[in-house]
Ligand binder design. Structure first.
Ligand SMILES: [Zn+2]
Length: 103
């Protein structure tokens, strides 16, 4: 459902719900969108009502929390060897450590 604020040719403002933007266009094209005050079918669609915009996500959404949890999950997978990245502790003691080998 979508809510439109509309204005008729007599400058009445009203709101109405439609199934979709396409449904509104279809109804208006068929002359089935009427002013709720005077019944005029000469209505124009105004901007979206503020009530709809208020439902938008606030910009201060806690994006860091899910990201941190995803990183933790990834780190756990790496710890179990699931991704094939060696752990720093093992690498430091490994035979391939250049610091531990002097030719
Ligand atoms: Zn009207």
């Amino acid at each position: 459902m979508i809510r439109y604020a509309m204005t008729c040719d007599k400058n009445h403002s009203f709101e109405s719900w439609f199934a979709s933007a396409a449904a509104f266009d279809k109804l208006q094209g068929a002359g089935m969108v009427q002013c709720s005050i005077c019944g005029s079918v000469s209505v124009t669609k105004s901007l979206m009502t503020p009530a709809l915009q208020a439902q938008a996500r606030p910009p201060e959404a806690p994006l860091s929390t899910p990201g941190t949890r995803a990183e933790q999950a990834l780190a756990e997978m790496q710890d179990r060897g699931g991704i094939g990245i060696c752990r720093p502790v093992l690498c430091g003691r490994g035979a391939g450590d250049p610091r531990g080998r002097r030719a």
